[in-house]
Each structure stands twice: as structure tokens, then as C-alpha cells.
Design a protein around this ligand. Structure first.
Ligand code: UFG
Length: 341
């Protein structure tokens, strides 16, 4: 059985945690990354955690000839394609940059997989494809809503490309994992999220506020039609999310896929509000956070969380980490980054 996996974007937040879990499960990992939104220090973190130095090649997946050399040199049978831009707001301002990067890199990967007969791909999709769903929790059969950002549209288009490419091939197998809200860090605090500039996402903003890097967290809206007025999300621990990739790869490598293209929600199945998350962070870490209520952020859906039945039953995967521990790990990582304590 070929246990080599190409991980594009492997130096990033989700990519580095997934690399650790792949190595722990006995896979050999080849990473490509162009560090457009990541840092070489994550590769050192992976090595310190696992004792294994994954093969690393600095490549932009939009550069097909550079990527071809990686396919020439390494006989992996599986690819996990993380490499993509992911900032919703930026994608609205620079749509062409998002379409070029996210679509071209995927097409290059799929082209080369076809040319070099590499059969398995896991793709990083997102709960953003559900938009403001009519019925919650969302299942994989919940209709996708038209995307409200170029970023969201790249995820929808990428899923469609994968569906069509697998349908047209006798051998290609693909699994799209629809991530909900990944948070936290490896419990070792040796790898975690490294947002550039002002964080867009809630948890990095919280940890930076706790560290004194940001003055005050703004809670975007307390007048939603939700139990406490703030938005509800399905916050999933990054290590749980990483493990979902390992089982998805195993399913394909061991020939257990039920069809050539499959889609799974990767969440906890539990809604948590922004207020609950902030309070949970304070309790888990025994500190007080400076926060205020601010206007709603445009584009936010009031609530979204996953029905995880399919992933639980078909992948045999479920989220296991307690939110408390996740929020502790998030703070430990921020302290590690800032050199606090
Ligand atoms: N929030 C705040 N203050 C902040 C940041 C966020 O109140 O400073 C709120 C948001 O308004 C939202 C919630 O916290 O209600 C979560 O916001 P995030 O930006 O952390 O996450 P989103 O749910 O907006 O988006 C995330 C990913 C996207 C992905 C989407 C899928 O960032 O890439 O989940 O649901 F598409």
C-alpha cells in the first residue's frame, strides 16, 4: 500500500496539523508551499512534534512546471490540496486574485494527477458553501446557496470541478471536506495559527486581545435571532479536523470509497455562540477579556452548524476534543508566539 501523501499548503495552519496526524498514522508526507500565508517555522514545529522531517519543496501550485517536478520526483498516490487564499473580505476586493490562485492551483494539481496516474485527492472545502441555510443543522444534502464572496465561490467551483473530474475519470477518487470553524492549536503549542496582520477570525482576535496585541475584541452583532443574540458557529478543534483528513485518505487508499466523489461535513454538530465562545475562553484560561458590542459584520450568517452523521458513520470519524481544552491550547499557542511566561 502506498502511504505517501503530497500535502499542498502543508506549512499552513490546517496543513501543518494534518501533516502531524498523517505522520503519526504512518504516512510519509511531501509538502509543497509557497509561504504566501505561512511560515517555515511551522515545518520545524512539525519536526519537533513528530521527530520526522517531512520532505519540503517550495513551490507555488500555480506554477505547473515547478509542480510537475514534484510529481516526477515523488511517487505519492494521494494528494491533500490545502493551498489556497482564504480571506473572505480580501476576496471581495480582489476577486481575480482569488479566482486565479484558487482555481489555477486546483486545475494544475488535477491535471498532473491525471498525467501521472495519481488517484486520490482530498480537497479543503468549507461550510461557507451552505450560505444562510434554511434548515439547521446542515447535512451534505442541504442545497448550497449562491456564494456571497469570491472566496466562497472558489470553494463551490472547486467542488464542482472535482465532481466533474472524478466523473470523467475511471480512476480518480476525490473527497471534499467541508470544514466548519477550525480553531485551537496543537496541544504541544509548537504549531498553531499565524495570521498576518489584523486577524479576521474570532479566536485569533481573542487570543491577541488577551495577549495585549489588540486593545479590544469587537463582537459583531448582539441582535441576531439566536438564543443570546450573537452568531452561532460550529467550532472544531484543529487536531480533530486534521484527523478527518487522515481517515479520508485511508478510505481512498484502502479502496473503501462508496463513490468516486464524496462530500463530508467536518464539524462537531454543536452550535456555540460568539458570547459562549468568549466566556468559554475566559473560564478555560482564567482571565478577563476586553470586549465590546459592535455592528454586525456584513456577510455573516446568523447561524450554521453541521449534521455530522455522515462523517461519523461513513468515515468513522468524530470530533473528540473538549472546547475547554481547545481554548486552552489556543491561548498556550498565542503565549508561545508572543513569548509570554
Ligand atoms: N467575530 C466577531 N469578532 C471578530 C471576529 C469574528 O464577533 O473580531 C464573529 C463573526 O461575526 C462570526 C463569528 O465570530 O459571527 C465567527 O467569525 P470568523 O471570522 O471566525 O468565522 P466565519 O464563520 O466568518 O468564517 C469561517 C472561515 C471561513 C469559512 C466559514 C465557513 O473563516 O473561511 O467559517 O462557515 F468560509
Amino acid at each position: 500500500m502506498n502511504r505517501k501523501v503530497l500535502v499542498t499548503g502543508g506549512a499552513g495552519y490546517i496543513g501543518s496539523h494534518t501533516t502531524v496526524e498523517l505522520i503519526n498514522a504512518g504516512y510519509e508526507v511531501i509538502i509543497v508551499d509557497n509561504f504566501s500565508n505561512s511560515d517555515p517555522s511551522s515545518l520545524e514545529g512539525v519536526e519537533r512534534i513528530t521527530g520526522v522531517k517531512p520532505t519540503f519543496i517550495e513551490v507555488d501550485c500555480c506554477d505547473k512546471e515547478a509542480l510537475r517536478k514534484v510529481f516526477e520526483a515523488h511517487d505519492f498516490m494521494s494528494v491533500i490540496h490545502f493551498a489556497a487564499y482564504k480571506a473572505v473580505g480580501e476576496s471581495v476586493e480582489k476577486p481575480l486574485m482569488y479566482y486565479r490562485n484558487n482555481m489555477l492551483s486546483l486545475i494544475n494539481v488535477l491535471d498532473l494527477m491525471s498525467e501521472y496516474n495519481r488517484p486520490n485527492i482530498v480537497f479543503s472545502s468549507s461550510a461557507t458553501v451552505y450560505g444562510d441555510a434554511d434548515v439547521l443543522p446542515v447535512t451534505e444534502l442541504t442545497p448550497r446557496k449562491p456564494a456571497t464572496s469570491a472566496y466562497g465561490n472558489t470553494k463551490q467551483m472547486a467542488e464542482d470541478i472535482l465532481r466533474d473530474a472524478t466523473a470523467a475519470s475511471a480512476t480518480l477518487h476525490g473527497i471534499a471536506l467541508r470544514y466548519f470553524n477550525p480553531i485551537g492549536a496543537h496541544p504541544s503549542a509548537l504549531i498553531g495559527e499565524l495570521p498576518r496582520g489584523v486577524p479576521n477570525n474570532l479566536v485569533p482576535y481573542i487570543t491577541q486581545t488577551a495577549a495585549g496585541v489588540r486593545e479590544c475584541l469587537s463582537i459583531f452583532g448582539d441582535d441576531y435571532a439566536t438564543p443570546d443574540g450573537s452568531c452561532q458557529r460550529d467550532f472544531i478543534d484543529i487536531v480533530d479536523l486534521a484527523r478527518a483528513h487522515v481517515v479520508a485518505i485511508g478510505r481512498m487508499v484502502e479502496g473503501r470509497s462508496k463513490s468516486q466523489y464524496e462530500v463530508f461535513n467536518v464539524g462537531t454538530g454543536r452550535p456555540v455562540s460568539v458570547f459562549e465562545l468568549v466566556n468559554g475562553f475566559e473560564k478555560a484560561n482564567n482571565l478577563k477579556l476586553n470586549y465590546k458590542i459592535a455592528a454586525r459584520r456584513s456577510g455573516d450568517v446568523p447561524a450554521v452548524w453541521a449534521d455530522t452523521t455522515l462523517a461519523n458513520e461513513e468515515l468513522g470519524w468524530k470530533a473528540e476534543r473538549e472546547l475547554n481544552d481547545t481554548l486552552r491550547a489556543a491561548w498556550m499557542w498565542e503565549k508561545h508566539v508572543r513569548g509570554i511566561e
